[in-house]
Write a protein that binds this ligand. Structure first.
Ligand SMILES: Nc1ncnc2c1ncn2[C@@H]1O[C@H](COP(=O)(O)OP(=O)(O)OP(=O)(O)O)[C@@H](O)[C@H]1O
Length: 253
């Protein structure tokens, strides 16, 4: 297996509570992985560990075989890790395309003096940045809203805008935290198709999602958590038929 990310005996404790407990698993490059589990299972804590917001109490996380311990989220972003958040993080005083360009700036690696003097290289970089952002807006189905103000965009469009912004940093591994939350059935179906296209472009996708139909439709692999531990991992079909998973979701585990 060609793992882009590997966790070994990962634990995160808050006081006496192990929100994530002794968790080992890996994420295969190029696939769509989902992390599911009942409320309080540890999904958000796990995402926060993997994206550098929390430091593990114990255990390790390897990103392309490199230990990520102590690396801040922005450093992980430079190593190819992107994310969207459960709650929208759109900047309302910028246009839609400027929001996407913010994501792109992570890759531009600007120096202060050339930016201050508006050197030609900087101006060319700005133009390329805008073109790339526009291309990503077309890719995410927002071609008609390039110059829109976020305040006039639908919730579904703003969720796509966040995906466009995350893609602008050219991640190798993209975490999507509840991409379908708040979307209707049609919008959920469309976001599923978009996630598939993202993966087809070679980006490994990890999603935390409560919409089971979406998870089962698009995932290559599903990790099921319960009480911070791994309850099951496998194809959508295998986890759906796992009696322990069924029991956890029905409240019997
Ligand atoms: N900052 C914190 N301080 C103390 N306890 C926490 C903290 N964050 C999470 N927990 C506890 O850790 C456990 C896992 O919580 P977490 O939010 O990761 O679960 P989740 O699977 O994301 O839940 P949900 O589906 O409801 O969002 C819960 O028992 C929660 O109360």
């Amino acid at each position: 297996m060609n793992a882009i990310l590997e966790c070994r005996e990962l634990t995160k404790s808050f006081g006496g509570v192990d929100a994530v407990a002794d968790l080992s698993f890996s994420i295969e490059r190029g696939h769509i992985h989902s992390i599911i589990g009942p409320n309080g299972a540890g999904k958000t804590t796990l995402i926060n560990l993997l994206t550098g917001i929390y430091t593990p109490t114990k255990g390790s996380i390897l990103l392309s075989d490199q230990d990520t311990r102590g690396l801040a989220p922005y450093k992980l972003a430079r190593r190819g890790l992107g994310r969207t958040f459960q709650n929208l993080q759109v900047c309302m005083n910028m246009s839609a395309i400027e929001n996407v360009m913010v994501g792109r700036h992570l890759r531009l690696n600007r120096r202060f003096i050339p930016s201050l003097l508006r050197l030609k290289s900087v101006r060319t970089g700005d133009r390329d940045c805008r073109e790339r952002a526009a291309e990503l807006m077309r890719f995410t189905g927002l071609e008609k809203q390039i110059d829109a103000h976020p305040g006039e965009m639908s919730y579904g469009a703003l969720k796509r805008l966040e995906i466009a912004r995350a893609l602008a940093a050219e991640p190798e591994l993209l975490f999507l935290d509840e991409p379908a939350a708040g979307l209707n059935a049609n919008e959920t179906h469309a976001i599923g198709a978009l996630i598939r296209e993202v993966a087809e472009r070679g980006v490994t996708v990890v999603l935390v999602e409560h919409d089971m139909r979406l998870v089962m439709d698009i995932s290559d692999s599903v990790l099921v958590l319960n009480y911070g531990r791994r309850l099951a991992q496998g194809t959508p079909q295998s986890v759906q038929n796992d009696p322990e998973v069924v029991s956890a979701y029905l409240g019997g585990a």
